[in-house]
Design a protein around this ligand. Structure first.
Ligand SMILES: NC(=O)c1ccc[n+]([C@@H]2O[C@H](COP(=O)([O-])OP(=O)(O)OC[C@H]3O[C@@H](n4cnc5c(N)ncnc54)[C@H](OP(=O)(O)O)[C@@H]3O)[C@@H](O)[C@H]2O)c1
Length: 258
């Protein structure tokens, strides 16, 4: 049976590696990004499968709607919400257009594309949604000295983790799988494009990130962290989340009284 995957942000880095791996595994592809020449070049290099480039800006409603239309009408077996920008900056200094672009690409686009793809996947009884988040999703409690200022980026990644976990539970028993993929630092153009040189930092390859994601699906992981050796650390985070969530009561907590 033919397999069709849609990968956003396929013009470089992790998305490009996903497209190459999925093509090698026999998937026809829809590849999305703004740099048309990069998409065309990738399509030309993947001659064994059908590849449709879509040069689209996911920071715009029109761009998201055009890709959502494909997600809703084509029999996707896999959707990889990978496109992203970081715009590390103190929130108060983050220009409005960059804040809007970041949240549109990392929050609005994955939401709308997933929303469009899921009903068809449910009807067909199979499908996979991969939302590319990152370990920075878990960095909220880190002090300023440890991390660059990145409140909106961190928030967008945390959104993808929570949405993926909740959607996984919503879709239990439907045959549709959901994964939040949380790489650490990866050797791509991501940081250079915002003027950061991380070449001295040890970085994982995009290919290893994709290997972990696909193996993580086989392992049934909802949150896949390619660079974390002890998966129990993540399980402990989620158990602690659930313990705090389950500890709520309508009574005002004692420390807030008087
Ligand atoms: N690199 C890391 O260390 C790292 C770590 C954790 C998570 N991540 C996540 O991994 C994902 C992929 O990043 P990467 O590291 O592979 O970086 P990358 O090489 O810069 O790739 C980013 C991709 O997103 C696409 N994109 C950006 N803005 C877009 C827009 N407005 N519309 C459509 N496509 C857009 C880019 O394509 P065009 O420029 O052609 O539009 C490009 O294909 C990101 O979502 C990022 O948050 C990266």
């Amino acid at each position: 049976m033919s397999k069709l995957a849609l990968v956003t942000g396929a013009s470089s880095g992790i998305g490009r590696a996903f497209a190459q791996r999925l093509a090698a595994d026999g998937h026809d592809l829809v590849i999305v990004g703004r740099r048309k020449e990069r998409l065309d070049e990738l399509a030309a290099s993947l001659s064994d499968v059908d590849v449709r480039p879509m040069a689209v800006d996911l920071a715009t409603d029109e761009g998201v709607d055009a890709v959502a239309e494909v997600c809703a009408t084509e029999p996707l077996t896999m959707l990889v919400n990978n496109a992203g920008v970081a715009h590390y900056m103190p929130l108060a200094e983050l220009p409005a257009d960059k804040a809007r672009e970041l949240t549109h690409v990392k929050v609005v686009a994955p939401t709308m594309l997933t929303r469009a793809a899921v009903p068809g996947m449910q009807a067909r009884g199979e499908g996979t949604i991969i939302n590319v988040s990152g370990m920075i999703a878990f960095s909220g409690p880190a002090p300023h000295s440890q991390m660059p200022r990145r409140a909106v980026y961190a928030g967008s990644l945390a959104f993808l983790v929570a949405m993926s976990q909740t959607l996984h539970a919503e879709l239990e028993g439907t045959g549709v799988r959901v994964q939040a993929l949380c790489p650490g630092v990866v050797a791509t153009e991501f940081h250079e494009r915002q003027g950061l040189d991380l070449s001295a930092v040890p970085r994982m390859s995009s290919e290893d990130v994709v290997t972990a994601s696909l193996r993580g699906l086989e392992l049934g992981e909802v949150v896949c962290a390619p660079s974390v050796e002890d998966a129990g650390l993540l399980d402990a985070v989620f158990q602690a989340d659930l313990a705090a969530f389950g500890a709520q009561s309508p009574q005002l907590a004692t420390r807030y009284q008087g």
